[in-house]
Write a protein that binds this ligand. Sequence first.
Ligand code: AMP
Length: 283
Amino acid sequence: MEAAETIQSIRSLIKAARDSGKNIGLVPTMGALHVGHISLIEAARKKCDYVVVSIFVNPTQFVPGEDFEKYPRPLEDDLDICQKAGVDAVFAPAQGEMYPVENVTWVNVEKLTESLCGQFRPGHFQGVTTVCSKLFNIVAPDIAFFGQKDAQQAIVIRRMAADLNMSLSIVVCPTIRESNGLAVSSRNMYLSEEQKKDAANIYKSLQKCHRMIDTGVKDASEIIDEMRNILLKVPSIEIEYISIVDADTLQSIDHITGKVLIAVAVRIGRARLIDNILLDSTK
Ligand code: AMP
């Protein structure tokens, strides 16, 4: 496995891979790698001959007051995980490599970034789409791999790639969970064992929603109320939002129909946690 810190060095590694006829897969991450990230690497290895993992804690996607400084950066462990997972190259640039001067050029996806996390993290998605555009320009992957865990991010990136005619495809991989249902996340490191047990109720509330839709409940507010009741029983959980949206437009819906995304964001202690399920109510 090669590790590159500069844009020039990752580009020359990728050029060599391309020249030998390999197709390129990119897994963009902020590091502190876990089984969720490894599942994306495995998906990339199945579809691509040369797998690049980027590790970059992107400052422009953190809103002031968020955990940018405290975000875990265990680079040596991450390189070890990548090596064992069969990654071909890691691109781990310093901040000055990605943003050498004040950044004045931004990629902004409208509408899809307004609801859900967009309401609570102003500017977050602009940071995500801008850094992903930069990474796509640097690595020029054939396929980039994202997790369903960050459902809105995946939908926004897919739309950005389509709207800007980027010549790559986006693959979205299923959410990997702990045995108690808690979605694996780098931010779970902020939780105590007790808080992790509490956090399992996020998925319980999503499963409740799933059952209600399966049994024919159509009223979104009735479902949200049930989900809220589950979360309110856990004193450590502070609900940010519980939303049921159309899976294409990400606009709230009153009546369950077609493909719906049910998304939850909560705070527990100093962790902000998100989770979701995607359901096709016609099936
Ligand atoms: P992050 O390092 O948190 O920015 O995540 C990098 C990528 O890994 C994103 O596409 C995430 O959606 C994905 N990811 C994070 N957690 C999980 C998980 N539990 N299951 C699947 N994908 C995940």
